[in-house]
Ligand binder design. Structure first.
Ligand SMILES: [Zn+2]
Length: 382
């Protein structure tokens, strides 16, 4: 328990570092995280809950702003989104957050949306003439109850669990449903050629068929789904040629982003992020495959957070969508992939830190050569 507590504190410190580096590129930064008492900050229910909230808030923001970028992290302190709004008004962004809390009703006390103008200054509810938040259990202000530790942690945890199981007060946004379908593909719950039925999806997400149709149209445009005559919508199976192109595109995007990271780590705060990632990778327990897999994702989440090449990052995410069913095949059929990648990630970090751009390019090239080999093997066996 002591160890977990330390990890949570460590994660919080890291969050501050990421916030600081983001504030260097943006006038203000929004964070969306969960407010969960106790030390158990993660789990499926909590993850789904924050995703639903995030995508709903995002779709509200999108009504006002064209360019919204975000990064998502999972750490010992739970889950957190960092959102940057180009040409945004921080007070309006905060106001939208408060409006969203009103819609959320009972669930609102579980969500924290903070708008930071600097590391030490965030816009408060009081700034917008709103009363502070009320406690989950009694009618006092939440701050007072927390300060006086008025309620036992077990009681708070129970209230939170009950809330997480309650149905949420808004209809799911298109963004969330899209995200959920993509997730199902990368987890193998949906495989290539599987059929998606409009009626079933509209029941599952409790939204109109029009909304489902829009989601399907977008994912078809991205290339994840396809229409087949007499059958309907299916998960698309990429041809080998298409797959090769996607891999090439991912490589180009990664080169652009890594070049930017390379430039940015002249800054000390950014450099610390890379050093920490390297430290984690080097001391990682390689017999723990789940941990290796987790760090495969974490590596990009943390390093890419340094880069503000959002246009490329967004494109990269689209390639990742296309790559999701391949990723599932790899994780099922080629465990060696994760060991290879782990080695390569260490090499990339070292190349970044030794300030040799030539070395960096070389390590990225090698990384892709290895991946290509593994993918070809997996696809041949399919
Ligand atoms: Zn209370």
């Amino acid at each position: 328990m002591q160890q977990l507590l330390e990890k949570i504190l460590d994660a919080r410190e890291n969050r501050t570092r990421i916030l600081k580096s983001k504030l260097e590129n943006s006038e203000f930064v929004v964070t969306l995280s969960l407010n969960i008492p106790g030390i158990s900050k993660k789990g499926d229910l909590k993850l789904k809950f924050i995703q639903k909230c995030f995508y709903e808030y995002l779709s509200n923001l999108k009504k006002f702003y064209e360019t919204i970028n975000f990064d998502f992290f999972e750490d010992e302190a739970g889950y957190i989104y960092y959102i940057e709004v180009a040409k945004g008004d921080p007070y309006q962004v905060k106001k939208l957050a408060l409006d969203f809390e009103d819609i959320l009703g009972k669930h609102s006390s579980l969500v924290d949306i903070d708008v930071y103008l600097s590391l030490t200054k965030k816009i408060t509810r009081e700034n917008l003439a709103k009363l502070p938040r009320v406690c989950l259990i009694c009618d006092e202000f939440a701050k007072n109850c927390a300060f006086k530790q008025r309620h036992p942690i077990e009681e708070l945890e129970k209230v939170v669990d009950n809330l997480l199981n309650l149905e949420i007060a808004f209809a799911f946004s298109k963004q969330y449903i899209m995200h959920d379908i993509i997730n199902d593909v990368s987890e193998g719950k949906l495989s290539p050629s599987d059929r998606l039925k409009e009626v079933e999806l509209s029941k599952k997400y409790n939204v109109s068929r029009t909304k489902i149709r829009e989601v399907i149209a977008t994912l078809t445009e991205y290339g994840l789904l396809a229409w087949r005559k007499d059958i309907g919508v299916i998960v698309k199976q990429l041809t080998y040629a298409e797959l090769t192109e996607v891999i090439e595109l991912r490589k180009c995007a990664k080169l652009i982003i890594f070049k930017d990271i390379f430039e940015k780590i002249k800054n000390k705060d950014h450099r610390v992020v890379v050093e920490r990632v390297l430290e984690y990778l080097q001391f990682l327990d390689r017999s723990n495959l789940d941990l290796l897999k987790k760090w495969n994702e974490e590596f990009y989440a943390l390093l890419f957070s340094i880069s503000d090449k959002y246009f490329t990052k967004n494109l990269f995410n689209k390639f990742e969508i296309l790559f999701s069913n391949v990723r599932y095949l790899i994780s099922k059929k080629a465990e060696s992939y994760f060991y290879v990648i782990h080695e390569q990630h260490i090499n990339i970090c070292i190349a970044l830190l030794t300030k040799s751009f030539k070395e960096l390019n070389k390590s990225i090239e090698l990384y892709f050569e290895d991946i290509q080999k593994i993918i070809i093997k997996v696809m041949e066996n399919e």
